[in-house]
Design a protein around this ligand. Sequence first.
Ligand SMILES: [Zn+2]
Length: 232
Amino acid sequence: FIHAQIESWLNIMVRLFPEVVSVKHYGRSYENRTLTYAKIGLGNWNKPIIFIESGVHAREWGSVTSALHIIKKLLIGYRKNEERLVHLLRRFDFYVIPVCNPDGYDYTFGPDFLHRVWRKTRSKTTAENCVGVDMNRNFYRAKGDKHGVYSMNQCMEDYPGKRPASEVETTHLIRLLNSIRHRVKGYYSVHTFGQLWFIPYAYSNNLYPVFEDMVSRLVGWLFRWMVGCLLA
Ligand SMILES: [Zn+2]
């Protein structure tokens, strides 16, 4: 599905479930496509937010469909009145961006393999034949981050742009996040590079302050989940 079809699908969801989902635009891309997120939650007070974004890398279609699947799961759970899901929707607002980089994403539906494997945005660089920036590397970096893997060659796939937030898609995402940052309690950036789970502060060799707490919670959760599966 190209970007416009995803937007139509989201609009259908809003028509079907207006009390739980709304669709908002948070800007426009370099090629003037709408930048869109779906907000899913019950009640209209300012709840904590779970933020999920996908489609930063154009060719990673699986991340886009994962985001759409999450939206669908939440809405079907709501319609079936599944207790746990309704509880989640009362407790949190889910913000889901299926396609952060719609220009690149639509480009991957072009006629040949070179289109299909496109990863970056579609903005012009100063190098005539080299288009786009790796949006994933176009954000501000932490002080002391010397480990970032990227190339300053504009023609390379991991070119981070001439400066942080040089891409309009990045700027709009940062602006949206800034406007809700005190409410964001969970942030997931979904990719389909590999079966890996990256955690924050990965740029540093130091353990970050709540690392052990997080690992013990994760292990506890995994254990409960496995026991749950065995008993099911
Ligand atoms: Zn990726």
